[in-house]
Design a protein around this ligand. Structure first.
Ligand code: ATP
Ligand code: MG
Length: 255
């Protein structure tokens, strides 16, 4: 079992509205590894994340995805979450009428399963600890989920969910965008505290800066629905410096 990868994506092709967006993605993440995906707008990064989470608009037309030894296509959306996959969205949704506390507890209890629900006191204690770690005002606990939260507060709230749910794979889609420098460091600390053997991470970002705080094991460049290069953390620096032009041209020329 120990040889099984956390996530194994093989030649994945995905359509949205009958248009092929992912054109043969292969990517493998080991337990506890941090991988980053960078690439121009519209290259398919969020589509990959959404496909992994089972978004209905992403239709898998080829390839396979294996998550913790299970064929992902056999798993419904809620089963994916329950088996340890978590996603922090590029655009977190507002859920009026549902307080953050209620949302978090339901999500946790669903993951823990019937008969194994967390006690109210233990839940509250854990939540307050994690909120303190993320420098969040405890008053947020009773506010409706994301409603009226600033951009940065929404992102921090996503990381709070991650910290509470302790996933085996966290997918962070541009969690750094809209964060001020202090919040960025706090979010990075939150991720770093959980990485290691416990949690693999797939970070989608446009900026090298986040990756100075969360050191990735691998960096991948996605252009036009394909991974065109993979390397170590130094690749992110090269991208920041040189941009994507050479990759975009190569893909356009079919090289
Ligand atoms: N629901 C949808 N229906 C049809 N096309 C879609 C849908 N969602 C995304 N697309 C298209 O898929 C392509 C890839 O979009 P995606 O959001 O995956 O890009 P991205 O790499 O995350 O870009 P960004 O860096 O701007 O977030 C785009 O051309 C986009 O217009
Ligand atoms: Mg995106």
């Amino acid at each position: 079992m120990s040889k099984t990868k956390l996530l194994e994506i093989d030649a994945l092709q995905v359509e949205r509205e009958s248009k092929e967006i992912l054109r043969g993605i292969s990517l493998s993440i080991g337990h506890g590894e941090v991988h980053a995906i960078m690439g121009p707008n519209g290259s398919g990064k969020s589509t990959l994340a959404n496909t992994l989470m089972g978004h209905p608009s992403c239709e898998v037309i080829g390839g396979t995805v294996n998550f913790s030894g299970q064929d992902l296509s056999d798993l419904e959306v809620n089963q994916r979450a329950n088996s340890g996959m978590f996603m922090a969205f590029q655009y977190p949704m507002e859920i009026p009428g549902v307080p953050l506390t209620t949302f978090l507890r339901e999500a946790m209890n669903t993951r823990r399963g019937e008969g194994n629900e967390i006690g109210v006191r233990e839940f509250r204690k854990t939540m307050l600890e994690k909120m303190e770690l993320l420098n969040m005002d405890p008053a947020f606990a009773s506010r409706y989920l994301n409603q009226g939260f600033s951009g940065g507060e929404k992102k921090r709230c996503e990381i709070l969910q991650m910290a509470m749910l302790e996933p085996s794979l966290a997918i962070l889609d541009e969690t750094d965008s809209g964060l001020d420098i202090d919040a960025l460091k706090i979010v990075a600390e939150g991720v770093n505290a959980q990485r290691g053997d416990h949690m693999g991470v797939l970070i989608i970002t446009h900026y090298q800066r986040l990756l100075t705080y969360i050191q990735p094991d691998r960096v991948h460049v996605m252009v036009s629905g394909q991974i065109v290069e993979s390397g170590g953390p130094e690749l992110a620096l090269k991208l920041e410096d040189q941009g994507y032009d050479s990759y975009v041209n190569r893909v356009a020329e079919g090289v």
